[in-house]
Design a protein around this ligand. Structure first.
Ligand SMILES: [Zn+2]
Length: 407
């Protein structure tokens, strides 16, 4: 199967030469006007100007005249598999209850945990699959997906097995993360230390089902020392590491992630300058999630401008979860531009190649370069600035996944 995409108004290669993009490099999308991409057996074999193409025969041709062609979005932080929805909490939040106060009332995450524990595997597969296919239609071709609504061994395994099935049945690359330390389950209220031991004890059983281990590190949930115990043990078991860090309070999550050489530290609204500096030195990627403060009525966002000026390779993600239900990386790009003052080009880099590095797939996806997997979007926009500009619109007209036109 040989595919040609030709005549692109702008081909955004986002070529990075095998590294995440930093500083001014984040604004360089490697644009080729009148661009063309040649794909064979699911792999990009050529990218350049349409006028420079040699004669060839193709099984399929997409004429992208007047459109933008770019790499598929990589959503580097989601909680894809869960049961139930939580729209009733919108009114409570408007009344002024915080995330932590909602949690203390047994609502919030613990209601999702109850429903997810009760749900049969098949229900989790079906709802997860429906979400993943919606994300694909919105241009997301790679998804990181965390467990963390089971909070006991069998339910965590069930979520990770459902995640594996969603990947197999949709053809989307899904990178699974074990987040057994997402919240302290009701059985362990006032016995957090014992639950930390429990999470450590789950690690061998979930190793074959997850690439990363992550911890929700926050005051009153899992403290720095808890996160360190879990992540150090996870590393000994062969997991790569991620951390929910410094979202509501400055606990030193950024410093911890850097000291453990975690692949990414995520959220980072309250991260200290010292922590960010340590992340830059350690190569830990900041994953920023602007849909989360939006849905929490927080007028506070991570300082993306500072991170970019410090040379950190910023990545973006939806943080899709029942508390912040956002499936669209195009929406996240608009939020990053309008709420965090990222330039449109920076936000696109953060949603493609930098996000690919944040999930350990930077060598395989995230840019249009020879030898990479052919995950490619055709968007009905005249130029890339229109992607954040058209707020809430789905600009995607075609999605190519591993060389096949799937949307
Ligand atoms: Zn999260």
């Amino acid at each position: 199967m040989k595919l040609l995409i030709k005549n692109a108004g702008q081909l955004l290669t986002v070529a990075s030469g095998g590294r995440p993009k930093k500083g001014a490099g984040m604004s360089d999308l490697g644009i080729i006007k009148d661009g063309a991409v040649v794909v064979e057996h699911g792999v990009i074999i050529d990218a350049g100007k349409t006028s420079d193409l040699k004669e060839g025969s193709y099984d399929e041709v997409i004429d992208a005249e007047g459109k933008v062609v770019m790499p598929g979005f990589v959503d580097a932080h989601t909680h894809l598999v869960f049961a139930g929805t939580r729209e009733q909490e919108i009114a409570l939040k408007i009344q002024g209850l915080s995330y932590m106060e909602i949690l203390k009332r047994g609502l919030g995450i613990l209601s999702t945990v109850r429903k997810t524990r009760e749900a049969p595997l098949e229900q989790l597969v079906n709802t997860g699959k429906a979400r993943a296919l919606e994300m694909l239609a919105l241009g997301t071709t790679t998804i990181e997906a965390k467990s963390g609504y089971g909070l006991e061994k069998q339910a965590e395994i069930k979520i990770l097995e459902a995640t594996k099935k969603v990947a197999a049945e949709t053809g989307i690359d899904i990178i699974p993360t074990f987040l057994g330390a997402h919240a302290v389950p009701p059985e362990f209220t006032n016995a957090r230390d014992r639950y930390v031991d429990e999470v450590v004890a789950m690690l061998p059983a979930v190793k074959s089902l997850a690439k990363f281990c992550d911890v929700f590190c926050e005051r009153g949930v899992f403290e720095i020392e808890d996160a360190r115990v879990i992540l150090e043990s996870a590393r000994r078991h062969g997991f790569e590491l991620k951390l929910h860090a410094d979202e509501f309070t400055q606990l030193g999550g950024a410093e911890l992630a850097a000291s453990l050489k975690a692949t990414s530290a995520d959220h980072l609204l309250m991260a200290s300058e010292k922590g960010l500096r340590a992340m830059a030195d350690a190569g830990t990627i900041p994953v920023l999630l602007p849909a989360t403060p939006l849905t929490s009525f927080l007028n506070a966002y991570p300082d993306a401008r500072k991170m970019i000026s410090m040379g950190l390779p910023v990545a973006l993600a939806t943080d899709l979860n029942p508390n912040a239900y956002c499936l669209s990386m195009q929406m996240v790009i608009s939020l990053a531009v309008y709420n965090m003052r990222m330039l449109p080009a920076e936000a696109i880099t953060a949603s493609t190649v930098n996000a690919a590095f944040a999930v350990g797939l930077g060598e395989k996806v995230g840019s249009i370069e020879k030898g990479k997997q052919a995950d490619i979007l055709i968007l009905d926009v005249e130029n890339y600035e229109q992607i954040p500009y058209f707020v809430g619109r789905n600009n995607v007209v075609h999605v190519v996944k591993r060389g096949r036109i799937v949307v």
